[in-house]
Design a protein around this ligand. Structure first.
Ligand code: 6CM
Length: 256
C-alpha cells in the first residue's frame, strides 16, 4: 500500500521487507501467506495418500492431472532435532548453498535480488529421459511469522517459492520447457523447558517442518516416468536436505 511504501521510504522498515516496494510484492505477500495456511492444514482430510515414510518423515500426495499432465500435490511432515526453523529456512533459501544439497539442479542463477529475503532464481534442472530438459523461474521469499495460535509464542519461519515471468528470460528460448511450481517450507521450533541457569543447547531443540510442492511440468512428460522420479527424488531431497542442515549447524551457535 502507499502507506507501507511511505513507511519504508521514510526510514527503518518497521518489520516490513524491503521487497514491499517491488511490483511483485502484493503477489509475494499473498501467495506466501496462502501457502502458510495450506501447509498448516492437516492431512486427515483432502484425500492425501502416504507414499513414503522414513522414521518421523512422512510424505503424502494426491494424484492429479491437468490436460493429461501430472501435477500431483505433495505434502511432507518431518521432525528434525538440533536445529531451529530459522536455520532450516536459511539453508533452504540461500543460493550460496543450493548446489550443496539440491540434486535435481544442473545450473542455478539469481537473476534479481528484490531484497535480502526475496530473490528471483532461474534454475536448469537435470533432464529426465525421455522428456525434454526443464527449467524454472521463480521468486523465493523467506520470512518469520508470529504464531497467534501458540500460547508459548513459537515463531514460524517460511520460505515460499513461486513461478514468475521475466521478459529478459523468456521460456522456451532454447532447449528447455519451463515448469511452473509453488513450493513452501514451513518450520516451527520447540524448545524443551530450560533448566534453571543452564543455557539452551542443540539437545533442547526440535524443529517441526512441513514441505508442500505442486509442480506442473509445462509440457509433455510421460506420467509414469514423472511419478516414478517424484517417488524417488522427494524423499531423497528431504532426507539429504535435513541431514545437510544438521551437519552445517552442529558446530555453529544456535540461530534462533
Ligand atoms: O524444493 C526443492 N528445491 C527448491 C530449490 O531448488 C525449489 C525447486 C523446485 C523444483 C521443482 C522440481 C522441478 C522438476 C524438474 C525435473 C526434476 C528432474 C529430476 C532429475 C533427477 C535426476 O523449490 C526440492 C525439490 C525436490 C524435487 C524432487
Amino acid at each position: 500500500t502507499k502507506q507501507q511504501q511511505q513507511q519504508v521510504g521514510a526510514g527503518p522498515c518497521k518489520g516490513l521487507s524491503k521487497a514491499s516496494q517491488h511490483r511483485l510484492w502484493p503477489e509475494i505477500d499473498r501467495i506466501s501467506m496462502e501457502q502458510l495456511r495450506y501447509a498448516r492444514l492437516g492431512v486427515g482430510e483432502g484425500g492425501w495418500q502416504l507414499f513414503a515414510e522414513d522414521g518421523e518423515m512422512k510424505m503424502y500426495k494426491r494424484e492429479e492431472e491437468v490436460n493429461g499432465m501430472v501435477v500431483d500435490p505433495l505434502k511432507a511432515c518431518h521432525v528434525v532435532r538440533g536445529v531451529t526453523g530459522h536455520e532450516m529456512c536459511h539453508y533452504f533459501f540461500s543460493p550460496d548453498v543450493r548446489m550443496d544439497w539440491e540434486t535435481t539442479v544442473e545450473q542455478m542463477t539469481v537473476i534479481e535480488t528484490i531484497a535480502d529475503d526475496t530473490l528471483v532464481f532461474l534454475q536448469v534442472h537435470k533432464r529426465i529421459w525421455p522428456a525434454s530438459q526443464r527449467d524454472s523461474l521463480f521468486w523465493s521469499h523467506m520470512r518469520q511469522v508470529p504464531d497467534h495460535n501458540d500460547r508459548d509464542g513459537h515463531d514460524i519461519w517460511i520460505v515460499c517459492n513461486h513461478s514468475t515471468e521475466n521478459p529478459g528470460f523468456p521460456s522456451n528460448n532454447g532447449k528447455c520447457v519451463r515448469v511452473s511450481l509453488t513450493v513452501c517450507l514451513v518450520c516451527q521450533t520447540f524448545i524443551d523447558p530450560p533448566k534453571e541457569g543452564v543455557p539452551i543447547t542443540r539437545d533442547d531443540i526440535t524443529c517441526k517442518i512441513t514441505y508442500c510442492s505442486v509442480v506442473n511440468p509445462g509440457g509433455w512428460a510421460p506420467a509414469s516416468v514423472l511419478r516414478a522420479v517424484y517417488k524417488r527424488e522427494y524423499p531423497k531431497f528431504l532426507k539429504r536436505f535435513t541431514a545437510y542442515v544438521i551437519d552445517q549447524c552442529k558446530d555453529k551457535p544456535i540461530m534462533f
